[in-house]
Design a protein around this ligand. Structure first.
Ligand code: URP
Ligand code: ZN
Ligand code: ZN
Length: 467
């Protein structure tokens, strides 16, 4: 038995002084001070002055993720990536398995499981990226859902992965009918392709021109279209990485009309803005090339408002780390050859804690809801994960709310060589992280055995299970 004493419990619905009793990897009790239990405890963690919260759940990570078009793979494998996650207070991830054109999704699942199992130190699952909506895929959807993989990622842009509206509609229909959720990257591919061509033809080839080739309008239109298709077949839909006021407005309108639409955003869209894309700044701007790109400050403010209003229910990292020195630089002279994505798995909770809770924008309970409870609800991990309820996995973090550090890529655990948040002063890093009752980060140091992570069980997803 492990006892976490003297801390303040923070969950999505309460904040109070209580001790946590862990037995056999699960939460056994949450009680006011019970000294009698101390004699039975194999380990006591003194959480005086700390907050005890459900571990973060990051449902949008790209570890060991191949970008076939560019012949590169993200810098973190499932070991470095999950160590970084745990050090940033994350106790479960949902990554991706990539179905290539012509491939069976079940084959893609088996390939991915073989990559993850030996390496992960926290619990994991994945969404299936569907790139080819052939007939066999329709038969495989119920099989994957039954097997605990109930979410399907669709790219409405990106040449080698794109699914057209007909394919998206079919996936929504069959997924929704079987307890599955479509998770969509929304950008209008025609407009993006046209804008890229125009910029390159005008000699605008530097990294800063990535942003104007993907303006907010292309995101808003595709978001509205995905929502319209989902509503036609009355299926649930999750919008990935909302970055703009227009996209958020479409989500708000759909939800107000009762449609089962949920949405995420990411810290980079909440704490950075498009001033990172300075055309005079040289190639280092490539460190900020991600899709969708960061927006003008008024969009950032609209995202905070959407988090406060409940329009956006979760904050994920979209951790897609590419090293600057030998991966991002491949796009010198042509911004379309810069691998898209930012690292952020380890800094997600600290940034949301600092710019959300400490800045007074969200309550501690809302922080837990956005970072853990809602991700678990949206993607079928709840109630086993994302709470401190009795019976839940003892996945939790113990955080000193007053401690602060400066983000420094050299001190982070990812295999990438920079942080887009370098130099920002943040709180919210965990002193201890526990996964199924095992201490995996001890006073900030990762101590878990490689491969100890397990496949997380997931339930079907329906309109009634969504927040
Ligand atoms: O730029 C990004 N976000 N890259 C990762 C792939 C994706 O869009 O999800
Ligand atoms: Zn995306
Ligand atoms: Zn992504």
């Amino acid at each position: 038995m492990i006892l976490i004493k003297n801390g303040t419990i923070v969950t999505a619905d309460r904040m109070e002084r209580a001790d946590v009793v862990i037995e056999a990897g699960r939460i056994a009790a949450v009680l006011p001070d019970r000294q009698a239990l101390e004699r039975r405890a194999a380990r006591i963690i003194d959480a005086r002055g700390h907050w005890v919260m459900p571990g973060g759940i990051d449902t949008h990570t790209h570890l060991a993720h191949p970008i076939d078009r560019l012949g590169v793979t993200t810098a973190d494998d499932f070991h470095t990536g999950t160590v970084a996650a745990a050090c940033g207070g994350v106790t479960a991830i949902i990554d991706f398995s990539l179905q290539r054109r012509g491939e069976s999704m079940l084959h893609a699942r088996d390939r991915r499981l073989a990559e993850i199992e030996p390496d992960a130190i926290i619990d994991y699952s994945f969404h299936t990226i569907v790139t080819d909506v052939h007939e066999q895929v329709m038969d495989e959807i119920p099989v994957l859902i039954e097997d605990g993989f109930p979410s399907f990622k669709v790219y409405m842009t990106y040449g080698d992965k794109i699914v057209d509206d007909a394919g998206l509609l079919r996936l929504l229909e069959v997924g929704g009918a079987n307890g599955g959720l479509v998770y969509a990257h929304c950008e209008n591919d025609c407009a993006v392709t046209w804008l890229i061509e125009r910029h390159l033809a005008a000699g605008k080839t530097g990294p800063a021109f990535h942003a104007p080739s993907r303006p907010p309008e292309v995101e808003a239109e595709a978001t509205q279209r995905a929502i319209m298709l989902a509503r036609l077949v009355d299926s649930p839909l999750c919008i990935a990485h909302v970055t703009s006021a227009g996209a958020a407005r479409h989500v708000a309108e759909a939800r107000a009309a009762g449609a089962p639409v949920v949405a995420e955003t990411c810290p980079q869209y909440l704490v950075l803005d498009d001033s990172v894309y300075d055309t005079e700044a040289g190639f280092e701007v490539a460190k900020f090339v991600c899709s969708p790109p960061m927006r003008a400050a008024d969009h950032r403010d609209a995202l905070w408002a959407a988090l406060e209003a409940g329009t956006i229910q979760q904050v994920s990292s979209d951790h897609a780390p590419f090293r600057y020195h030998d991966q991002k630089v491949a796009g010198r002279g042509n911004f379309t050859r810069i691998p898209n994505g930012l690292p952020g798995i380890e800094t997600r909770l600290p940034l949301l804690f600092t710019y959300g809770v400490k800045a007074g924008r969200i309550s501690p309970q809302r922080f837990v809801e956005l970072a853990a409870t809602n991700p678990a609800r949206i993607f079928g991990l709840h109630p086993r994960k994302g709470t401190l309820d009795v019976g839940a996995d003892a996945d939790l973090i113990v955080v000193d709310p007053d401690a602060e550090v400066e983000i420094d890529a050299a001190a982070l655990h990812s295999a990438v060589d920079y942080s887009p948040f370098q130099g920002m002063r943040v709180g919210g890093f965990p002193t201890w992280t526990l996964s199924r009752g095992e201490v995996i980060v001890d006073r900030g140091e990762p101590v878990a055995a490689r491969g100890r992570g397990r496949r997380a069980e997931r339930q079907r997803i329906t309109a009634t299970t969504l927040p």
